[in-house]
Every structure is written in C-alpha cells, then in structure tokens.
Design a protein around this ligand. Structure first.
Ligand code: PLP
Length: 406
C-alpha cells in the first residue's frame, strides 16, 4: 500500500511557510488534478490551463498515449546508465535528429542542462576546431534572453534580479540587443565561438524578431565561422505553429536545444542536438549526467515526438493561434497595450499604470483561467496545442470579461 498524500489545509500553509524555501511566490490554491486543457483545485473548481507548466504541457494533462508510454516503460526498465545501450534512447535520438535535421544528440534532464551542454561543446569546438586561444572563447547572447538558472546561464542574462548576489559569474559571455543585426555584426570578433539565441524570446514576453533577422544572423555566423545555436526549449514541439520555430525561416543552425514539452508534460528530459562537426568534439567521459537519457524519460519523449507529428499539433497551433490572436485583438480595454503571438505562443502587454500584470493573472485565476505573469509587464497565454476551438472560445470569454473591468 502506498502512503496516501493527504495534507490538511492548515498543513499546506505550514508547508509553504516553513518547509519550502521561498524562491517561488505561491498562490494559496492547491491544484489537484489535470485532464486535457483543464486543471482542478482541491475544492473541485476547474480552470482552463494556459500556463501549462510554463510551456511544458503541449499535449495537455494526462495524454493517454504518453501516460501509457510512461507506465509501460516504468514496468520494463526505467533507469540504465549509458554504459549500456538502451532502445528508447536510440529511438528518441534518431527521431529527434531526423525531425531537426541534426546528426547527433546528447540527452540530459532539464532545459538549463541542455544550455550547459551546448556551452561546453561550443567551447571545446572553439579551442579544438576554430583554434581560439585557450579560455578566450566568447559566446554572444541577447539582451532579455532566458536560458535558465545555473550560474553560467544567469551569466548570459541581462535581468538584474536573476544575477544579484550570485556571483562570481561565468566569464566569456557578451550580450547584444535582440533583433539588431548591426549590433550582432559589430559584436563578432576573432574569439567569437557562437551565437546562442531564442528564435522567439519567451520569458521576455513572446518577442518576435523581424522577418529575415535570424536568417541574416545565420549567414553572418557562417561567414565568420561562428556557431549558430538555437535555444528552442520553449519554442520547440509545435508551440509557434511549426514543429520547431527555426522552420519559419528555414534556418539551418549548427545546434538546437530542446526541453520543456519534450518530456510530454510528465517528466524532465532535454536534448542538445547538433551537426557532426560540433557534436564530434566530445569524447567519452568528458560530459554526462547520471539520469541523462534514461529509458523512462526517453520512451515518453519518443512518444511525445510521435504525437507531435501524428496529431498535426503544429498546424493546429498555427490555425487556432491565428484565431485566438484575432479574437484577443478585438478586446477593447485600457489595460491592454499590445497583443502579439505566433501559433499558440501569445502575450498581452499590460498597462501597469492601471493594473499590475500579477493582479491580472490573479483575476484570471479567480475567473477560471491560468496564465503566466511575465516580467511584471505582460501575461503569457500558452494553451495545450491540442486545445479545442470551443475551449479557446471559453477562454476568450473569461479574458474578455476580466478585462472589461478596465
Ligand atoms: C525554460 C527555458 C530554459 C530553462 O529550462 P529549465 O528546464 O527551467 O532548466 C532555457 N531556455 C529557454 C528558452 C527556456 O524557455
């Protein structure tokens, strides 16, 4: 018999205040159950989920095929270090490489681990292939980007709150304005190893670059022997209306990072995928992760990629995204400064002189919709990609009603 997880309400409060570190600001609502595009709290109230674990639940809550893949693999073989071959991992890597037009992949667990992995391979490539002087390699990233929370990842961030008192930070990072090709041109020098960029900035508030910007970046990279690396941890797996955001401009990067939804909304798994000239630099024993590429996570990720294709989720996201965006643009409210998005990757900029974005999120929660406060200036709407048109209509009515107040 399993021990029941039965925590009294007052204990939940106690847990929050005395056992959980305060790194996250939690709302006093306990979510208990999820099904498709809906979650239910401990009182039985339902919410349309447009927070989706922060762009993790592209397949919705509890997709039966993903749950089946999880259970089946858990009953078969969950963990086996890569000292031995395992079939789910090989199947996953083949599928992921084929879909992304990459040659090889390195499996790890969370998004930021894929970022760390990319940086290590980029640096080794810089010294052993490009012949940059040891310890001089530079990686160019963009202002307001988000690549995770490790010390090295925050070293690439321009957000003060993410970095304050966490130094000393990792050197070798240069940040330039996003969507500014001249700034990129100026920043390249003989020590530039790579340009690491989100094709659409997620945490910054769904910031979509001008058409052609990324293609020009790719061209500059090729001309200057600089690696072009896309962080698709948030934009990947159908979110923006293509399987991967790079497909909007037919980009041909040297490497791509996947995470978040790759685990099917069930568990953590991430991948750094790249072309052989980059991936080939890593040798046995130089990098790894205890649980990286475990059969359990690999089996679920493999099925997630199958679902992405078989259920045409990218196309669905493109169509419903256009529809939802057009609807949202009809809302007349002084609290909305701008609405933008691509596929089901949508943000509303909030006029914080009228109402804080955090308060908007709370009002939406009270009205039955989960969204995400983004940098205290926008809210992000990230529905599951298999959400129905009816559910989008319901969500729209909730949003419209809440914003009618301002
Ligand atoms: C979420 C995210 C990460 C970090 O992923 P974690 O799983 O939280 O470590 C990195 N890059 C991008 C673009 C992300 O959206």
């Amino acid at each position: 018999m399993l021990h029941p997880i039965d925590v009294a309400d007052d204990l939940m409060t106690e847990v929050k205040h005395s056992y959980a570190a305060a790194n996250i600001d939690t709302l006093p609502i306990t979510m208990e159950r999820g099904n498709g595009a809906y979650v239910y709290d401990s009182e039985g109230k339902s919410y349309i989920d447009m927070l989706t674990g922060i762009a993790v639940l592209n397949f919705g809550h509890g997709h039966p095929r993903l749950v089946q893949a999880l259970k089946q693999q858990a009953d078969t073989l969950a963990v086996m270090p890569r000292i031995f071959e395992n079939k789910p991992l090989n199947a996953l890597l083949k599928k992921a490489c084929t879909l992304c037009h990459m040659d090889q992949g390195l499996p790890i667990n969370g998004g930021v681990e894929a970022v760390e992995t990319a940086i290590k391979l980029i640096r080794k490539w810089a010294y052993t292939v490009k012949n940059i002087a040891e310890d001089q390699a530079e990686i160019i990233t963009c202002d307001d980007s988000f690549h995770g929370r490790t010390v090295t990842a925050i070293s690439m961030s321009t957000v003060a709150k993410y970095k304050a008192h966490f130094g000393p930070l990792t050197p070798g990072m240069t940040s330039i304005p996003f969507n500014d090709i001249e700034a990129f041109k100026r920043s390249i020098n003989k020590n530039t190893a790579a340009f690491l960029v989100e094709p659409i900035q997620g945490e910054a508030g769904v910031i979509i670059p001008d058409a052609g910007y990324l293609k020009q970046c790719e061209k500059l990279c090729k001309e200057n022997n600089v690696l072009f690396i896309l962080d698709e941890i948030q934009t990947g797996l159908g979110r923006t209306g293509k399987n991967f955001a790079m497909e909007h401009e037919n980009l041909n990067p040297d490497g791509i990072l996947l995470g978040k939804a790759l685990g099917g909304g069930l568990l953590p798994i991430s991948l750094f995928l790249g072309k052989s000239h980059l991936m080939g630099v890593i040798q046995p024993g130089e990098h790894g992760s205890t649980l990286g590429g475990n059969p359990l996570a690999s089996a679920v990720a493999h099925e997630a990629l199958n679902l992405l294709i078989e259920e045409n989720l990218a196309e669905h996201a493109a169509n419903l995204g256009d529809y939802f965006l057009a609807q949202l643009k009809t809302i007349k409210s002084n609290a909305i400064l701008a609405v933008r998005g691509k596929g089901l990757f949508i943000a509303l900029d909030i006029n914080t002189a009228i109402i804080s974005s955090n308060e908007v999120v709370k009002r939406l929660v009270a009205a039955g919709l989960l969204s995400l406060n983004t940098r205290n200036k926008s809210i992000r709407l990230l529905p599951p990609l298999n959400i129905t048109k009816d559910e989008i209509d319901q969500a729209f009515m909730i949003i419209k009603k809440v914003f009618a107040e301002w």
